[in-house]
Design a protein around this ligand. Structure first.
Ligand code: FAD
Ligand code: A2P
Length: 280
């Protein structure tokens, strides 16, 4: 039984400061970087027991005002060998979670349910020679993990990251990540030979323009890179963007003869939604 009389004798400042609530499945924020007014990335401590495959997602969030956890799906953007976890996030102005999450600071806690799942994993693809990562917006997040995974480069001769955003500033997280990879002591040398980065913008002048879908269907990306069109014998793809993007890319990949696979049934490409859109 605690001595209640001692508790009332606490120094005034400490007594006035409310005890920080300890969230269920709490992890501590270690850094936050804001990329644009709509995009930020952050790193958190990693539960010692958490194992995941690059490309998977987990549920993360904050405690809601009703005292219940407010959770959303988030791709883990860091590689599986990293001692922390990284996330790359949208800021939806009135979004129940991200209107608050965008204000987190180092030292704050978030909730992280340590049950990783998802289809954007190398195991869900048949062996091949060339691997395409096709993303718009925050759909880059799972590829930020996969691009840093040595297993990807062991299994494929070439890895092509196509990322499209409306404006150039929205590409910066991915661009800095790719540029930094070439100097990475762990995988820098492998990546330098194998990773091809093909960023494009659609609404601002940039050195490469156009939607992923248009650059694939017109053959522009193959001409720019000096490679043959996709072939189901050699090419594999992973797709992550809005529902409309995923539907349109899927049709193009099927036009090249690639088939959609899953964890339980590996084939030539896999798809995951980057978010659940309005009314879907
Ligand atoms: P919500 O009520 O969840 O969303 C409100 C509206 O905002 C949506 O209807 C949609 O129109 C729009 N929206 C939501 N997320 C996005 C987005 N990422 N890009 C553009 N528009 C969006 N979000 C991330 O930011 N990073 C991730 O790595 C990520 N991974 C995901 C993985 C999966 C499998 C799924 C299904 C979703 C993922 N999301 C990711 C979306 C995320 O779960 C939330 O929807 C997002 O954080 C916004 O939460 P919210 O509560 O603020 O708004
Ligand atoms: P665009 O500017 O031509 O609409 P958003 O911010 O709307 O999610 O879009 C992110 C990027 O994805 C933009 O460059 C956008 O191009 C592109 N995009 C949106 N929808 C599709 C789609 N169905 N197919 C291919 N690209 C798409």
């Amino acid at each position: 039984m605690p001595d209640v009389s001692l508790m009332t004798d606490l120094p005034t400042a400490a007594a006035a400061r409310p005890a920080k609530p300890h969230l269920p499945d709490a992890q501590t924020v270690t850094s936050v970087k804001h990329w644009t007014d709509r995009l930020f990335s952050f790193r958190v401590s990693r539960p010692a027991s958490l194992r995941f495959r690059s490309g998977e997602f987990v549920m993360i969030g904050l405690m809601g005002e009703n005292g219940k956890p407010l959770l959303r799906a988030y791709s883990i953007a860091s590689p599986s060998w990293d001692e922390e976890l990284e996330f790359y996030s949208i800021k939806v102005p009135d979004g129940p979670l991200t209107s608050k999450l965008q204000h987190i600071q180092p030292g704050d806690e978030i909730i992280l349910r340590p049950k990783p799942v998802g289809t954007l994993v190398v195991d869900a693809l048949l062996p091949g020679k060339r691997l395409w990562f096709l993303a718009t917006g925050t759909g880059l997040a799972p590829f930020a993990s996969l691009m840093r995974d040595p297993e990807v480069y062991e299994k494929f001769d070439q890895v092509i990251m196509m990322h499209t955003c409306r404006e150039a500033a929205e590409l910066n997280y991915g661009r800095e990540l790719v540029e930094g990879l070439k100097d990475d002591p762990l995988i820098g040398e492998i990546v330098a030979d194998k990773l091809v980065y093909y960023p494009t913008c659609t609404r601002e002048a940039f050195h490469h323009m156009g939607r992923v879908t248009d650059n694939l269907s017109t053959g522009k990306v193959f001409a720019d890179l000096g490679i043959p069109p996709m072939d189901p014998a050699t090419d594999r793809a992973m797709v992550c963007g809005s529902l409309a993007f995923n539907v349109d890319v899927k049709a193009i990949l099927e036009g090249f003869g690639l088939r959609e696979g899953a964890n339980s049934d590996p084939k030539e490409f896999v798809v995951e939604k980057a978010f659940v859109g309005d009314g879907i």
